[in-house]
Design a protein around this ligand. Structure first.
Ligand SMILES: [Zn+2]
Ligand SMILES: [Zn+2]
Length: 533
């Protein structure tokens, strides 16, 4: 690079920015992950760029947009099914295979560290992270087929089913049909919107009086929102009397509370859905957090083989399980929180194939490319301050049994390890991007459609290949071996080069698709951009 003229050198960072802009315009991933791939048939290694959105956790706008389109296709596919889906486990695709191999590699290193008597905490965390990725990639369960033993709780603590009508279960996932007098069969479905309750008067998404706005409750509700949704589905199924399937998205309201849009297959009377929402609640049976035990410089300290103890008294803090036992034994104990939905419940009947259904699907996926904490009115100071107060409320709120914040309230977090400190939890739940809700943004029941998202992607690819007159032979899953690329690997070209290469490829696709479209008279060919994904 030394022999390049100075002017050219100075222009180089700019070239990279331009490449990123061009890539965005063409819907190309701007944060590709390079992976090394060995083709077993040819014995050749090559570096392949995998789009950042391949693991469904898109980090760039192009992948976010593409994943949104896939989600819309998935939603459309299951909403008005007229036959039972057949659920079969899928063959692992390349990406899943790579994750499994990567995990095996991590496990080996972890076991090696354990054999040497080293601390395995980091390895364990890495293995857990990859397990989560594998699940995201569409495989069910974890690689070892291990299930976490469930803690048996006293019956008193069980969440009782609320007082709701209950129909006999029939073994179907399909809703009722209605036949009109002229013999036409209708298959109505539902579109439901659920919100959380009020925490104080709000104007333009901002509390009128921040002093009285219940930030603590807003924070807690956001943290446990996913559980409340689970309860709603359980109750819905009980009342409906069939195995109700749903496709739902969690989106931010302007006041930053998560709310839920849900496409439901089949129909119930509107009043009944509202009754179910009103009766649904979730109790959080966690130790109390109303008393701060450790604050300021007074922190519990870690002692090997013992756990966290009070440095002043030497008293060992109760472990997570002990704290839960105490809670069970206490007849007067109250749940840490009881969650309920707000009064604002919207229920709408939707018929398959109507413009109405399409509009709902667009609405359902509207915010999928945004993070929960993305201010909907970014320039607004009042909203930024509101978000900051929300983050503050979340700072010491325990987000999970493993949250280091438990130490503040005198309890050892589950799986406590050295180096934990209250207020230093690294979970997404505490971050401004998430504002308490760290769960999945899209919730799809298992029997929604016949396909996983990975299979929807495969469909699209197959269609494009067919349209191009190329064979879509299933790739032999044993053909490739994937390896991560170490940082600074000389085989990886600069980002700008890689992006422009992808753009060129995308242009070739587009030209070819346009030609095919012209031949087909513009009929029945979906937008080239999403097809070329
Ligand atoms: Zn991307
Ligand atoms: Zn936490």
């Amino acid at each position: 690079m030394a022999e390049l003229p100075r002017a050219v050198r100075q222009a180089m960072p700019l070239a990279r920015e331009v490449a990123v802009e061009v890539a965005k315009q063409y819907g190309v991933c701007i944060r590709p992950v390079p992976l090394k791939r060995l083709d077993v048939d040819t014995g050749r290694w090559e570096v392949v760029d995998v789009p950042c959105g391949a693991t469904l956790d898109a980090k760039c706008p192009s992948c976010a947009k593409r994943n949104r389109q896939l989600r819309m296709a998935q939603c459309r596919e299951g909403w008005h099914l007229d036959h039972e889906p057949t659920i079969t486990p899928n063959d692992p695709n390349d990406e899943q295979r790579w994750l499994v191999e990567f995990r095996a590699d991590l496990q080996a290193r972890r076991d090696q560290a354990a054999a040497l008597g080293e601390d395995t905490a980091d390895w364990d965390a890495a293995v857990k992270g990859v397990d989560a990725e594998i699940n995201e990639a569409g495989m069910r369960g974890n690689v070892l087929g291990r299930t976490v033993p469930k803690r048996t709780r006293s019956t008193r603590r069980r969440q009782d089913a609320p007082n709701l009508p209950k129909r006999r279960m029939s073994p179907t996932t399909l809703g009722r049909t209605f036949t009109s007098s002229d013999g036409k069969v209708y298959r109505p479905s539902l579109f439901v919107t659920l919100t959380l309750p009020s925490y104080g008067k709000v104007r333009d998404g901002v509390p009128v009086d921040p002093e009285t706005y219940d930030y603590a409750r807003a924070a807690r509700d956001a943290l446990h929102f996913a559980k409340l949704v689970d309860r709603f589905v359980q109750n819905l199924r009980r009342v409906a009397g069939y195995d109700v399937q749903y496709f739902a998205t969690v989106e931010p309201q302007k006041r930053f509370a998560p709310h839920l849009h849900m496409a439901i297959r089949g129909t119930l009377p509107r009043a009944e859905v509202k009754q179910i929402a009103a009766a649904t609640y979730h109790q959080v049976w966690w130790p109390p957090v109303d008393k701060v035990v450790f604050d300021g410089d007074h922190f519990p300290v870690w002692q090997d083989d013992t756990g966290y103890l009070d440095p002043a008294t030497g008293e060992v803090l109760p472990t997570w399980d002990q704290a839960l036992d105490q809670l069970d034994a206490d007849e007067d104990a109250e749940p840490l929180a009881v969650l309920r939905f707000g009064d604002q419940v919207d229920v709408k009947g939707v018929l398959a194939g109507t413009p109405d259904a399409d509009q709902c699907i667009r609405y359902l996926s509207k915010y999928l490319t945004k993070s929960l904490g993305d201010s909907l009115d970014a320039g607004d100071r009042a909203q930024r301050e509101h978000a900051a107060r929300m983050v503050e409320a979340l700072h010491y709120e325990p987000c999970s049994p493993r949250c280091p914040n438990w130490l503040r309230y005198g309890v050892q977090p589950k799986d406590a390890k050295p180096g934990m400190a209250p207020g230093q939890c690294r979970s997404k739940a505490h971050k401004p991007d998430h504002l308490g809700y760290a769960g999945r943004r899209v919730l799809v029941s298992r029997k929604w459609s016949n396909k996983t998202l990975a299979e929807h992607k495969q469909d699209r690819r197959a269609w494009v290949l067919q349209a191009l007159g190329q064979p879509n032979e299933p790739t032999d899953p044993h053909r490739y071996i994937w390896k991560p690329v170490p940082a600074g690997d000389a085989n990886v070209s600069p980002l700008a080069v890689r992006l422009l290469r992808s753009v060129a490829e995308r242009q070739r696709w587009r030209a070819h698709m346009a030609q095919l479209q012209a031949q087909a008279g513009g009929q029945d060919l979906p937008a080239t951009e999403e097809a070329a994904a």
